[in-house]
Unconditional design. Structure first.
Length: 284
């Protein structure tokens, strides 16, 4: 297991705050769009079976997509309002399009990125596979079925993707990190890579028994990221998960666990770490 900060370092415990509430997205203000030309909205919102609601999907295509004729790996991401455009973001964007354009132009990596908007007030239940008295009845299973059975087939049909699991990844932060970890264990035939940023394990403690019982395939690549200032329980929870994965035999070369000293729970942190994570996940 690769770690840029050794697990269970004593200095982390005293520096952490209580686990924060996860804010839902709000209506965007009058901010200029920062989305690059490769970003587009799907023409219509998609029905979410079993949830009686629709959802917007946002898409990033590499700069050479229109002329290359190539097929591309695909990264599925959550909270799409925060990925590409400051005008739609809750508190800043990940700059996924800027980062991927730069990687593409430098010949390092080309991906299609598919972002699924969050459900605002429904975010806490949609991105959680485990019900709780505090957060309500979980909808994570239906949400992931929507991605796997509705969104992915549509993207594979309409765009030049490499649809096999070896070329399909999932990534998110906070609640999106939690559902991404669930996804790679629950759908091992669909996803072979997961970016688990600042996972909100504290909202779903049964996740540990789930991961122990339904182990991720040994060839799956899991990139776990935390900031030391994210909350009192969040780093120890993530350390516990990384240790569990190691104990169950997941290969060290397919698991990265990184704690960034001083980093807090926000899009600026995740944006700055996206490049390193995606390059590791899709390394050949």
């Amino acid at each position: 297991m690769k770690s840029l900060v050794k697990p269970f370092m004593p200095f982390l415990a005293g520096a952490l705050l209580s686990a924060p509430a996860i804010a839902a997205d709000t209506a965007p203000g009058a901010r200029p769009s920062t989305a690059l030309p490769g970003v587009k909205l799907l023409a219509s919102e998609l029905d979410m079976p079993g949830l009686d609601r629709k959802r917007q999907v946002r898409l990033y295509l590499p700069p050479g997509y229109a002329t290359s004729g190539k097929r591309y790996p695909v990264l599925y991401m959550h909270d799409a309002q925060n990925l590409f455009d400051n005008a739609t973001s809750y508190s800043g964007e990940w700059k996924v399009d800027e980062t991927m354009d730069a990687l593409s132009k430098s010949g390092k990596l080309e991906l299609i990125v598919v972002g699924i908007d969050n459900g605002q007030a429904k975010r806490m239940t949609e991105l959680n596979a485990w019900s709780s008295p505090r957060f309500g009845v979980a909808e994570g299973e239906q949400y992931m079925d929507f991605i796997v059975k509705v969104v992915k087939p549509l993207i594979d049909k309409d765009y030049r993707t490499l649809p096999d699991r070896a070329n399909t990844a999932i990534m998110g932060s906070s609640m999106g990190g939690l559902i991404s970890h669930y996804a790679i264990n629950q759908y091992p035939d669909v996803f072979s890579k997961a970016g688990v940023f600042s996972p909100a394990y504290w909202t779903a403690m049964p996740v540990y028994d789930f991961v122990a019982a339904k182990q991720v395939p040994k060839d799956a690549r899991v990139y776990m990221l935390m900031g030391s200032e994210e909350g009192e329980a969040m780093v120890p929870d993530a350390q516990r998960m990384a240790a569990l994965m190691t104990k169950t035999g997941h290969p060290a070369n397919n698991l990265t666990f990184k704690v960034v000293p001083g980093a807090k729970h926000n899009e600026g942190f995740w944006s700055g770490e996206f490049r390193e994570a995606v390059l590791w996940m899709f390394a050949r």
